[in-house]
Ligand binder design. Sequence first.
Ligand code: S3P
Length: 438
Amino acid sequence: MTVDYIASGGGPLQGEFRVPGDKSISHRAIIFGSLAEGTTEVSGFLDGLDCLATRDAFRAMGVTIEGPEAGRLRIHGVGLAGLQAPDRPLDLGNSGTSMRLLAGLLCAQRFDTTLVGDASLSRRPMRRVMEPLTRMGAVIHGTDAGTPPLSIVGGQRLRGIHHVSAVASAQVKSALLLAGLYAEGETCVEEPAPSRDHTERMLESLGYPLQRGPLSVSLHGGGRLAAGQLQVPADLSSAAFFLVGASLVTGSELRLREVGINPTRTGVIDILRAMGADITIEQPRMFGAEPVADLRVRAAPLHGVVIPEALVPLAIDEFPALFVAAACAEGETLLTGAAELRVKESDRIQVMADGLNALGVFAEPRPDGLRIRGGVIQGGTVDSHGDHRIAMAFAMAALRARGPIRILNCGNVETSFPGFAALAAQAGMQLSVVPGNA
Ligand code: S3P
C-alpha cells in the first residue's frame, strides 16, 4: 500500500530536535564495520529502509549485526576475507548507494552474487561502476541498458587501476576503493570536483592507510581494518528540509542538533545563505572523523540566485528542497551543471519542474538544471514519483501555499527519514499521512 501526504500550511516552525542519522555514513558504518576485525559499536545509525537493506545484505553474508535499537548497532566484523556466499539475491530496495558500493566489494569475493532493487533502482545507471571495475578484472553482468539486476562472478583476481571519473560521484569512488582493498597494487580515483569523503574518513579512522590529494584518493590492497566506535551525525540532507521550511515562515526558529557539516556536504548552507537565509552554525565539534554542529535557522526573506556550478556536487541531494526555496524567493534562480539530478531516485529536474508547474510556479527544465521564478504557490496535487526527497520538499512548499497540497506516493520517505511526518507536525506543520491510490 502506498501513502500520500496532505500538507496544508501551518507554522511557524519552532523547537529543537535531532533529525535522523546520516544515510551515507550509516551505510558505510555497516560495510566497514562488517569488514573490520572485532566488534564495532555504532551510535546515531539511520534506521531507514535504505540502510536496513545494507544491514540485511551483510547479515545474508554471515555477519552478525545486532540492532539498531535507539540508533545503536553492534557489528561483529568478520575481517576482509570473512564474508560468506549469500543463499539468495541481495535485495537493495531503493538504495543506489548500497548497489554501487556492494558491486565494488562483491566483485572481489570468492563467491558469486546477484544484486536486485526496486523499480526505481532498476532504472539507475550502473556502467559508471561496472566499467572501471571490469578494468580491474571484475566480471559483472547487468542488463543491456547497463542497469540492475547485477550478477557478479566471484573468484577473480583484481588489479589496481588509475580511474579518472567523468562525474563527481562518491558512490563510484567508494566502489573502486572497496574493490581496491582486495586488488594487487594501487587503486587511484581522480574526480572532476570533490565528492563526499565519508569513505575516506571512515577507512582512515579504522586504521587503513590512504593517500589523499585535493581531487584524488588512492590505496593499496592487502591491508586490514580494525573495529572501532562510530558516531553517526544527524543527516544534513534531512535537516535541509527544515532549513528551508523555517526560512519560509515568519516567526520560525529551529535548532537542529548534531548535524554533520562535513565540507563536502555543506553546499546547501552556502546556497541558502546566498539566497538570504539566516543560518548559524553553533558549537562545531567532531564525532570521530566527522565534523558536526548545531544549526540554528530563523525565518528570512529569500531572493533568487545563480547557483555556482562548483557547489553542485556539495549539495547534490538538496536540490529538491532548494527548488522549493527558489519557488518562494523573490526573483529568479538558475541551476546549471547538474545533469546528475536526472539519474537520482527519480529525474529530479523533470519531476520538480512538473510539480512546481502544477502549483502555478514558473519552472523551466534544462538538460542540466532548472530555471525557477519565485511567486505565489497554489494548492494542488503533485506526484513525488516515489522519490523521498521530492515528497519532503513539496511538504515544505505547502508552508507557503494558498491551499492544501496532496503529494502522491510518499512511502519512500521511510528510506531516509523515518518519522518525518511526526517530526514535521511537532515542529508546527500541518501534515497528514493518508492511504494512496497508486
Ligand atoms: C552518496 C553519493 C551521492 C548521493 C547519494 C549518496 C553516497 O551519489 O547523491 O544520495 O553515500 O556515496 P553519487 O555518488 O551518485 O553522486
